[in-house]
Each structure stands twice: as C-alpha cells, then as structure tokens.
Design a protein around this ligand. Structure first.
Ligand code: ATP
Ligand code: MG
Length: 372
C-alpha cells in the first residue's frame, strides 16, 4: 500500500545541508498498522511528510495505493513543489493525516472542522453536514458536533483530528505522534480507535511514535529509524524471531544481571502456544541443572501472546551446548548472550536500551510479569 524506494531528503539550509532521510526503503502492506520508531532527529517526521509529499523528496520514489506520487509531483525550484498538480492533489485525498497538536481551527465548531476538507472536496452544504456527523459518530463524538474545540479534552480534540483526516475516505492514514500530547489512559483510547478504524475500514495506518508501548499494543509491523535510515523492519513476530533485534529488545526488555564468566545466559523467545516454564523445568530435570530465571516478560504483540525469558545456566557456553540444543529443539528461539566479566555491562540491558529511545511519557516500565 505504501512503498518508498531509496527515499532521501536533504534540507538545504544557509550554512549546511542536513540529510534527514538517507535511502529509506519501507513497505507497508494493505490493512497494516505500521509503527515507525526512533530517537528525536532520526527522520521520522521527514519520512511521513515525504510519504504524502508535504515535503518533496530529494531523490527516490513514493508509491501509495499503486500511484507513484513522486512522479505526479512537479518539482519546483529549490526542491519545493510550485503547486501540487491536480493528479497529486487527487492522489493525496486518499491519504489522511493526523497531527500531534491536532491543528483544529478554534473559530469553527467541531462539525465545522470536520467539514473543512469536505468543502475543499466540493461537497454541498447538506452532504458536508451529513458526512461530518457520520464521521463524528464513527469517532464517538456525535454529541460534540456543535461545540468549539476549546471546550474539548485533548483526547476529544484528537478524535476530531481523526474524523477530519477520514473526511476524504482515505485508504491510508498517517499519524505523526498523534498520542504524545495525551495522558496514558487517553492514549490507549485513541489507539483503540485507530485500531478499530484500521479493522472496520480496512485502513492502512502508518504511525510515528517514540513509545514502544504503542507499537506493542497496536502495530502489526514496525521499523526502527536511526540517522535517516531504517535499521530494522518487519512484522512484530518476525522482529521477535530475529536474533539480536533491537526492536525486540525494546519491545520486551529483559532485566537481570548476567552472572559472569562461569555462567551462560540465554534469552528465550516463545510465541503463542509454546510456554517457557514447563520447558525450563524439563530442561532442569533432564540435565540436572540449576536454572536461574533472571528476567521474564509476557505480553501481547500484534494480537498474539509473546514472551521472553532470560535464564542462566551454570558453566560456560561449551559446557551447555547440549541443553541449549535441547531448547532449540523445542521450537523456541534461543539467543546466547556473550560471556561478560561480572562488572561489564550485559549486551542487553533494560536500563540502558541500545536505541536510547525516550521512555514512554509518564509511564515507567512495569515490573515484568513472570510466565505462569
Ligand atoms: N524544515 C527543516 N529544515 C531543516 N532541517 C530540518 C527540517 N525538518 C527537519 N530537519 C532536520 O532533519 C532531521 C530529521 O528531522 P525529523 O523532524 O524528521 O526527525 P524526527 O525523527 O521526527 O524527530 P522528533 O522525534 O524530534 O520529532 C533533524 O536533524 C532535523 O533537525
Ligand atoms: Mg518528528
């Protein structure tokens, strides 16, 4: 549904050029909820603005719903489009955009705000009114049609923003940090709404966030950006099955101090019906091992139960080849952590995530729930 190929964006400022996107290849399938995550300045907003050609890419292409938008845009001088071509404008109407700060007009009522894009689309007053009320109903705000935005809560404002984004009956919704100005409870309800719309309307959603929780609770797929590049991407289950995946580590941070050179620490990822604990106790019985559980997290990602557990076996890796082989045979994904000196930081640490992403606003990491 959305494909970017070798997408680059260089901002030319007076004193220097800033490369915000550096050869981004992204593929978002029809009907997916796709999360893009990354530190501040990684290029997330530039990416989303290039996807709907609010920014003109410096090079590369963007295709949305089978139409190559970059080919429809007529390049103006200094990289800015002079005016969107009628074809580009038509193609853009299949893309809705939701903003972090809502961008509602304070002088208009809620209904008036939702009607705005409908006016631009040339609907009659009656059609506009009917459509706006229908959209407000869809986002649960039918009773607020006549009030002004100043009288709404943040969550309600964002619902208006979403209703407005849906006015052109888009196939794709782009959301740039739509929930980062909201408290955790409101964030959850807005995300639920996006997920419902994604399913009811078969809407493809590309959302930018710096909160891992958002990815975990609603996204089917995710990409991690750093310095203008996509450094990891895939469906959440694929990412979790990728040894060494930074996103998997961020999604399911595992604490637990790794004991030292005479111990072997192993991260186990299990999906759906494979439960880790019986496997661990069987391992312990079969090989007469004292298995320590250093950390565990169970959660739902992309609608499926996923868990991770970090265990430690006595002895070096060489001494544990057979038990580790046993775990692999159980269909579990196994990652052996590199042996470390006791004082050295473990390769994976929940306290110092490798990506250095900002923690979720106002939400400290919950204590990991141990697999039952
Ligand atoms: N209009 C602009 N002119 C010049 N430089 C820009 C412009 N917009 C963004 N940049 C630069 O491009 C880089 C990527 O910025 P971008 O806004 O895409 O990051 P981001 O990942 O969305 O960050 P954040 O999480 O803070 O929103 C940054 O170095 C930023 O300073
Ligand atoms: Mg941004």
């Amino acid at each position: 549904m959305i494909t970017t190929t070798d997408l680059s964006k260089v901002y030319r400022t007076k004193d220097r050029d800033i490369t915000a996107l550096d050869g981004v290849n992204l593929h978002v399938a029809q009907g997916e909820m796709y999360g893009v995550i990354g530190q501040s300045g990684a290029g997330k907003s530039s990416l989303i603005r290039c996807v709907n050609l609010l920014e003109t890419p410096t090079s590369g292409s963007v295709t949305v719903d089978g139409r190559e938008l970059t080919a429809l845009a007529r390049r103006g001088s200094r990289g800015r489009p002079k005016r969107p071509t009628p074809q580009l404008r038509a193609a853009r109407s299949s893309i809705g955009m939701v903003f972090q700060h809502f961008n509602l007009l304070s002088s208009r009522t809620v209904r008036g705000n939702v009607e705005l894009p409908l006016e631009i689309l040339g609907l009659t007053r009656r059609e506009r009114s009917r459509k706006a009320l229908e959209l407000l109903d869809l986002v649960g705000l039918a009773d607020k049609a006549g009030v002004h935005p100043a009288r709404l809560s943040g969550g309600q404002k964002q619902r208006v923003g979403i209703a407005r984004a849906l006015a052109g009956e888009p196939k794709v919704l782009l959301s740039d940090e739509a929930t980062s100005a909201l408290d955790p409870e409101t964030t959850r309800s807005v995300l639920r709404l996006l997920r419902d719309l994604n399913q009811q309307l078969d809407l493809t959603v590309l959302l930018i966030t710096h909160e891992m929780d958002v990815v975990k609770s609603v996204c089917d797929s995710a990409a991690l950006m750093r310095d203008g590049r996509v450094v990891e991407s895939g469906t959440v289950p694929e990412l979790l099955a990728t040894p060494g995946s930074e996103l998997a580590r961020e999604l399911f941070p595992l604490g637990g101090e790794v004991g030292g050179p005479e111990r072997t620490a192993v991260d186990i990822t299990f999906h759906g019906d494979t439960a880790a604990e019986p496997v661990v106790s069987r391992l312990s019985r079969a090989y007469d091992l004292d298995v320590s559980i250093l950390g565990a997290a169970m959660d739902t990602a992309a609608g499926k139960q996923v868990g991770r557990m970090r265990i430690e076996l006595p002895g070096r890796y060489e001494d544990n080849v057979v038990p580790i082989g046993y775990l692999r045979e159980q269909g579990l994904q196994i990652e052996v952590l590199p042996a470390t000196e006791p004082a050295a930081a473990p390769a994976v640490s929940a306290a110092a995530p490798a990506t250095g992403l900002a923690p979720a606003a106002g939400a400290s990491e919950p204590a990991p729930e141990v697999a039952k």
